[in-house]
Design a protein around this ligand. Structure first.
Ligand SMILES: *Cc1c(COP(=O)(O)O)cnc(C)c1O
Length: 250
């Protein structure tokens, strides 16, 4: 079984992904135009969690070079599969919660992490990058978005806004990490427009201290237009490109 619920396989899968990727690209272009922003200001990050490496390979052929994954143990084999078929042509973003005991593994394959939400995780990732460098597995810095919890319900991931500064400061000071910016997922039942406006305010504040932290990872299948309106630089889109995820997904 490849491709998730009801999604066709083989050549049909290729046609499915091509059609849906095109549709999302035009949706994103429309959103940028409506917001008075350039299309090249916003990166489209296909989220391939729960879908096989063969889907990543198809999307790569269709011109995607960055992919989002949410679980270390699912991502690592795909990273290896793509490295064998595509070389170093693909960059990987970890967008899901990182358990501290997975930080070392994530530091081996991720180019960017969107979901850093504690001082302890900053520390673990820094040590992971140092070790990966020592082993010759990476040379670049790990780009880090600090995930903020907009409603303070940190069980869903993200650092409470009251704790944001210490975490962003720690990332900025850590060797091997580069503070890319902020990430958030709108709270359940919230108005996406209001949530992203709130996030944009926090980002403006961050930029006063860290002018190079220009990244704002915001927007998914259901709310990318609202996110682009409020300054998103990276939309993380799964369902609209790959189809519905298997029912076991969190
Ligand atoms: C799964 C996931 C996405 C993609 O969600 P869709 O609604 O399928 O586009 C985006 N961001 C995070 C953090 C995710 O876990």
């Amino acid at each position: 079984m490849t491709g998730g619920d009801g999604a066709p396989e083989g050549h049909a899968r290729r046609a499915y992904l091509a059609e849906h990727l095109d549709a999302v690209r035009s949706r994103l272009a429309d959103a940028c135009r409506a917001a008075g922003r350039g299309v090249d200001e916003v990166t489209l990050l296909p989220v391939t969690k729960f879908f096989p490496a063969s889907d990543v390979a198809i999307l790569r052929d269709l011109g995607c070079h960055e992919f989002g994954e949410s679980r270390e143990q699912d991502a690592a084999p795909k990273v290896i599969a793509l490295r064998e078929s595509a070389g170093d042509d693909v960059r990987w973003h970890m967008i899901g919660h990182v358990q501290r005991n997975k930080a070392r593994a994530v530091a081996r394959w991720a180019h960017e992490v969107h979901s850093v939400d504690s001082l302890r995780l900053v520390d673990a990732l820094q040590r992971g990058v140092e070790r990966a460098r020592g082993d010759g597995e990476r040379t670049d810095d790990l780009a880090v978005y600090v995930q903020v919890s907009l409603d303070g319900d940190t069980h869903r991931g993200g650092v409470d806004r009251a704790e944001l500064d210490p975490v962003t400061d720690a990332v900025a000071q850590a060797s091997g990490l580069r503070l890319a910016g902020l990430m958030a997922v709108p709270p359940l039942e919230s108005d996406a427009d209001a949530a992203f406006a709130d996030l944009a305010g926090l980002h403006q504040r961050l930029l006063r201290s860290y002018p190079t932290a220009t990244g704002l990872s915001a927007g998914m299948t259901g709310d990318l237009e609202e996110a682009v309106r409020h300054g998103s630089t990276c939309v993380r889109v799964g369902t609209a490109i790959l189809g519905p995820r298997p029912v076991t997904s969190p």
